[in-house]
Design a protein around this ligand. Structure first.
Ligand SMILES: Cc1cc2nc3c(=O)[nH]c(=O)nc-3n(C[C@H](O)[C@H](O)[C@H](O)COP(=O)(O)OP(=O)(O)OC[C@H]3O[C@@H](n4cnc5c(N)ncnc54)[C@H](O)[C@@H]3O)c2cc1C
Length: 596
């Protein structure tokens, strides 16, 4: 059965959230705002006697943090959709920072034929490594499924699970900037770095590193993604990865709670195998990282935007345009100065959403001149509208700068309780409470760009099904040599070093909450859009055999995922997994060892 059939077999069992058996409330457990609701189910013990109330009590008393009973914030809406509280919740479900403050919420609300976001009914709101170790030891003792959530950004729904005990790291948000960090066991002089605790978000890391210390740390573009959890553990590509490599490549040290409750330091000198596996081997797999240290880099001077649209007036003209872009790309854009996206659409438009660093605007124009001259030569076939802007790089993460100069680009957290400077990019609105119909991605090898006619045909054919984005920055052929060198020390699929770009085709909606009346997915629309993505990406997959992908931003149904995410590194990862977690205590969808 191929992937497509599998998906639709699963779709036919697409479930709406059912009421799970509830158990008596434990009055002593600090509760989230659950007044008026029945208690959620407890975590289920697998093959062992379940914990007694006195055992839960003992766990709670051992924590510096808290033990919470958890419900979805949507329960408030379900109880009385017309209430003011319900309207406030629905508004807040579009705020990524609100979602992260809820132990019972995740950013992705579900994925057709794959999962509906579920609530872990109990959570240890951890405040330190000892709390996490206590949760791990408790879950092992009583056979409870354990899941870990920092921000809940995981596309594949892996940071929560029904009937599980959640380790929620949201409250662990210390950030320390170092002038000279020396990994434990090293005799070298230190280097500039930043240590981020498990619940920190990238906006907070950038505030400390860029706004206050004038340095750069390689993280993600989305301000609310976690700086310590899944992003780095799943390699983590950001807008400047062609210059600085993946987030994992910058890792210097991690503190980890392993499956037997030990707290270990992993770096080049201590537990080096674990250190290697943590640099891209996936979140929720080798242990729970309590904090990690990332090298920081010299801050670029300028950040430019090369934005706009080129519209082709016929199919033939569009295919020619794509071919010309593919010819142009390797020598002009595929380098450490460029990042972000070019979008190919069914209405025959090339949408440029590129950034460039440390290039004067005139230089950026000059680089594009041959392409623009080509367009001029065929002016009857195309219309274009392109804008170039440049801003000081130091203001990239400064909310006030954007509010003063380009307010339409950002959304300030509107809540009066929000910390100063908390914002997200308006372009990320569509990822907040997002429901997936189809999401597939793929590296595009540089060799494909050397056959522009064939790749243009594939891109054109794919774009007839659905739009897709080509990311300059999420592949490493053409990246700065020192970044490539660092990433070669990680466990990422080495296919990344031959890939000049990464393609993402995605169909999704917001305002869908499975199990909430009035917000259920429409199965007909879901099927139609999932089919389009599957058909479009089938064309691209066929053109790029063995191209691979990385774990953070991949299809839930990625075929042959071990090979796709880790290539030749998978057997070694599996050995390390067995060494540190022989019973597969940490296991989640498409994680190392989960096939067993
Ligand atoms: C809007 C949006 C934009 C994104 N942009 C990018 C991007 O540009 N580049 C990119 O590479 N990825 C991107 N991602 C994907 C993102 O990096 C992954 O979803 C990542 O796993 C999120 O990690 P998290 O800790 O923030 O989220 P969570 O959902 O909390 O965790 C994700 C996974 O990591 C595990 N985990 C969390 N904390 C820990 C911990 N302390 N120790 C061990 N395991 C842990 C969880 O169990 C889960 O399996 C994006 C996602 C979203 C929703």
């Amino acid at each position: 059965m191929d992937k497509h059939d599998t998906r639709w077999t699963r779709r036919t069992v697409l479930k709406v959230a059912g009421a799970l058996a509830s158990t008596p409330a434990f009055g002593w457990i600090a509760s989230t705002d659950t007044q008026g609701f029945t208690a959620p189910p407890t975590p289920i013990s697998l093959g062992k006697s379940p914990p007694e109330p006195s055992d839960w009590q003992a766990l709670k008393e051992s924590l510096s943090g808290n033990l919470l009973e958890v419900q979805s914030p949507l329960e408030i809406y379900k109880a009385d959709p017309s209430s003011t509280a319900a309207k406030t919740v629905m508004k807040n479900m579009k705020n990524p920072f609100f979602l992260e403050e809820q132990p019972g919420a995740t950013h992705t609300t579900g994925w057709v034929g794959a999962f509906d976001s579920a609530v872990s009914p109990r959570a240890v709101a951890a405040e330190n490594a000892a709390d996490i170790a206590a949760a791990v030891t408790f879950a092992r003792k009583y056979g409870l499924k354990l899941v870990v959530k920092g921000t809940g950004h995981d596309y594949l729904g892996r940071s929560s699970a029904p009937n599980s005990l959640l380790v929620w790291t949201h409250k662990m948000r210390d950030i320390t900037v170092h002038d000279a960090f020396v990994p434990a066991g090293s005799r070298d002089a230190g280097i500039p770095a930043v240590t981020v605790a498990a619940g920190s978000r990238w906006l907070e890391a950038y505030d400390a590193v860029t706004n206050h210390a004038g340095r750069y740390v390689q993280g993600g573009g989305c301000t609310s993604v976690g700086a310590c959890g899944g992003f780095i553990l799943g390699s983590g590509f950001g807008a400047l990865s062609k210059r600085f490599g993946t987030g994992a490549g910058s890792m210097l040290e991690a503190e980890v709670v392993t499956a037997n409750g030990d707290v270990l330091i992993a770096n080049e000198y201590q537990n080096p195998d674990l250190f290697w596996a943590l640099r891209g081997g996936g979140g929720g797999t080798f242990g729970i990282v309590t904090k990690l240290t990332l090298m920081t880099h010299e801050l670029p001077q300028t950040l430019g935007g090369f934005m706009g649209k080129i519209y082709a007036k016929s199919d033939a003209a569009y295919q020619k345009l794509i071919e010309e872009f593919i010819r142009f790309y390797p020598d002009h854009i595929n380098n450490e100065n460029w990042g972000e996206t070019v979008k190919f659409t069914p209405d025959s438009t090339l949408e440029l959403g590129l950034i460039f660093i440390d290039l004067p605007e005139q230089e950026a124009r000059k680089i594009w001149q041959p392409f623009m001259e080509w367009l001029d030569a065929y002016s009857a076939d195309y219309e274009r509208d392109i804008e170039i802007v440049s801003v000081p790089f130091k203001d990239y993460w400064n909310m006030d700068f954007w509010l003063d100069n380009y307010p339409a680009l950002i959304q300030q957290d509107p809540r009066t309780s929000a910390p100063k400077g908390q914002f997200w990019w308006k372009t990320n609105d569509s990822a907040v409470s997002e429901y997936m119909y189809g999401y597939q991605s793929r590296w595009i090898p540089l060799t494909n760009f050397h056959n522009p006619k064939a790749l243009a045909k594939s891109f054109f054919d794919a774009s007839r099904h659905w739009s897709f984005k080509l990311y300059v920055n999420k592949a490493l052929a053409g990246a700065a040599p020192e970044a490539v060198e660092r990433d070669r020390q990680t466990c990422i699929n080495p296919a990344v070093f031959d890939a000049a770009a990464w393609v993402l085709m995605q169909a999704s909606d917001t305002d869908i909450f499975p199990g909430v009346p009035g917000y259920e997915p429409d199965p007909v629309k879901a099927e139609a859009l999932a089919d389009r993505v599957a058909a479009g990406m089938a064309v691209i997959r066929e053109a790029t055999p063995g191209a691979g992908n990385y774990a953070n931003e991949a299809d839930y149904h990625e075929p042959d995922w071990q090979e796709a995410f880790w290539g030749m590194n998978y057997p070694r990862l599996l050995t390390i997994k067995k060494q540190y977690d022989p019973t597969d205590f940490f296991s989640t969808h498409h994680s190392v060892g989960s096939e067993s």
